[in-house]
Design a protein around this ligand. Structure first.
Ligand code: IPM
Ligand code: MG
Length: 385
């Protein structure tokens, strides 16, 4: 019997729709290996949705996406609309209005960003070959995706008296005029959420038999001092999972000796945002990054690339779809289509091994005749499934 799974599809802005066209057809084909028919239900969000419906987060799209509980997300935002419409209507900027709102609404606590190192892309990696161990790299970032500086102002502003708010200069982004003497963001961690987050990260590390590397700035900041205490406390519940602590600044230096960051990396929202781009770029290209955001209690999840919408390449069939395609594999694994997930990862590996490249992956040692556009690269992956 064939099962049907409905998934909300946000094609997104910039090159999003072109990349998602490839990622969705690859995911649909791969899911068949697990007797699963995926039906994508379009839930437009972002500037493209604004142009059609007057809102970067149309209520109907949000309702449908929340109802379906699984979202395949092409990325929102592009600098042209951000600087024109966004300048007049800052509330409409889709990164906060759509992406952050969904993370919060669906309680997407864990942001998995597994860094996959492809041997065939060793020559574009910024890591010296001798720093890549023979057995490859297992660097699984799990970023804490709520609270922190991302949600502090929105979550806590109402609790701060007006005079104090003014004194410490807390501003919502839309209220920033550019003339303020002080502008502050509130960043916070709640015990309940970070305990839940850290337990999930340790449980995951245990399941894949990897140590936990916890990143913080405990030497100077209160919330990270707290984070380290809670991480140590939760770590005692998992005595079989080795735990080390790493300060964020030294962690960024270790991106270039990735064997020293071999494990499950637990980090705060803001640190994770910054370090995960660096990690992806150190190992290969941002275009290869895959990302999933998960509520460990309900199973609700959003699958995004984490790597932006490549707006300068939009409409030219040039953007690298492989990050989106690999994110599709994370999505299939999450919904139980494990054969399809593995098939996608192997297919991408094979396509790269055969020398095919997108523009961002091309170097002088590659064959220029094997540089493919977005759809042709998708086609190659599909053919390998
Ligand atoms: C990411 C992105 C987002 C973030 C932006 C678009 C809000 O950079 O997923 O890493 O900062 O979380
Ligand atoms: Mg980011």
């Amino acid at each position: 019997m064939v099962n049907v799974k409905k998934i909300a599809l946000v094609e997104g802005d910039g090159s999003g729709p072109e990349m998602m066209a490839q990622a969705t057809r690859v995911a649909m084909a791969a899911a068949k290996k697990d007797n699963l028919d995926i039906e994508f239900v379009k839930t437009p969000m972002g500037w493209n949705a604004y142009h059609e419906f007057g809102d970067t987060l149309p209520a109907k799209s949000l309702e449908k996406a929340v109802e379906l509980g699984i979202i395949f997300f092409g990325g929102v935002g592009d600098f042209k609309n951000d600087s024109t419409i966004g300048a007049e209507k800052p509330d409409m900027k889709p990164e906060a209005r759509a992406l952050l709102a969904i993370r919060k609404r669906m309680g997407l606590l864990l942001n998995f960003r597994p860094m996959i190192y492809f041997k065939s892309l060793a020559h574009i990696s910024k890591v010296k070959p001798e720093n890549i161990p023979e057995e490859g790299i297992k660097q699984i970032w799990i970023r804490f995706l709520l609270e922190d500086s991302y949600f502090g102002n929105v979550d806590l502003l109402a609790e701060i008296p007006e005079n104090i708010r003014e004194k410490i200069g807390v501003k919502l982004k839309k209220d920033v005029t550019g003339r303020e003497a002080i502008v502050a963001d509130i960043a916070y961690y709640r015990r309940e959420t970070i305990v839940k987050y850290l337990r999930a990260a340790f449980a995951y590390a245990r399941s894949v038999k990897l140590p936990v590397i916890s990143i913080d700035k405990a030497n100077v900041m209160a919330r990270y001092d707290y984070w380290r205490k809670i991480a140590t406390e939760v770590g005692k519940e998992f005595p079989d999972v080795p735990l080390t602590h790493q300060l964020v600044d030294s962690a960024s230096a270790l991106l270039f000796t990735p064997a020293k960051l071999h494990g499950v990396i637990a980090c705060g929202n803001e640190h994770g945002d910054i370090l995960s781009d660096g990690a992806a770029s150190a190992l290969g290209s941002m275009g290869m990054m895959c990302s999933s955001a998960i509520n460990p209690e309900t199973g609700a999840a959003m699958f995004e690339s984490g790597a932006g919408t490549a707006p300068t390449l939009a409409g030219q069939d040039k953007a690298n779809p492989l990050g989106r395609i690999l994110t599709g594999a994370l999505m299939l694994r999450h919904i139980g289509a494990v054969k399809g997930a593995a098939a996608i990862e192997e297919a991408v590996n094979r396509v790269l091994h055969d020398g095919y490249r997108s523009g961002d992956l091309f170097t002088a040692t590659d064959d220029p005749r094997k540089v493919l556009g977005t759809s042709a690269l998708g086609e190659k992956v599909l053919a390998q499934l």
